[in-house]
Design a protein around this ligand. Sequence first.
Ligand SMILES: [Zn+2]
Length: 285
Amino acid sequence: MNYLGALLTSLVASAAWAAPYDGPLFDMHLHYNVEAFDAHPTADVFARLQRSGVRAAVANSRPNEGTRSLAGARDEAGATGVTVVPFVRLYRNRADYTGWFADDSIYRMVLDELARGTPAGPYRGIGEFHLYDSTNADGPVARRPMQLAEQRGLLVLAHVDDDAVDRLMAHAPGARLVWAHTGIGGAPVPRVKALLDRYPQLMGELSYRPGLTEGGRLSAEWKALLMEYPGRFAIGSDTWVMPRWSAYETLMRDAREWLGDLPPDVARRIGWANAAGWFGLAEPR
Ligand SMILES: [Zn+2]
């Protein structure tokens, strides 16, 4: 085989690797926590999203000032074509991560914050919150945000295990719950599927999900699940620590790689359209 033949053969072989998804992205899990403010001012945040093709993001932060500053950067949002979808976070500081469900002042803060709203409009959801021990899902302060979300049509973003999904949904069966990481502990796929079947209002966000990819490509098990529930998943960055900000564009490029293993319409739903639809966003310009 001559050089050209070899080149063509290798091109054909590489075509077996699907092209990355190149449509708009919706980042369903973005934090703008206090420690990111100096290193990544809002202009830098919007520039990173723009370079990544992220056209909308759920913003939530510890404390909520971060979300309000992203929501208030109207010129930057307009110039980069990024829509900020604000969520109220339950944390004023790190101690709140493990104590919020037993602290009534957190619930009052959530009510105050919802009443205040943001420069980008009303809050659209509550979270992300964490429950490291699922039995805390039955505490009164965990119960009430679920019921509040149900009453007000807010989404909830919760970092919990599969047992806590059952507990939270029992408090408010009509609430729309986005399961952060779709179980960061790696709940087995048949269990994830059973929960999706049981709760039509349950959705999954896919950052950090164990088993989702193998060598950067979508695993067969997850491809089958995403194909069976194409309307129930979204992608996210989870910028919970500073290295996630440095890696933001890489994280989004990685998501585009495995999304490319799906049929184009399913990739677009999971990459953009599902989350956009949950908040009634228009198609990006
Ligand atoms: Zn998070």
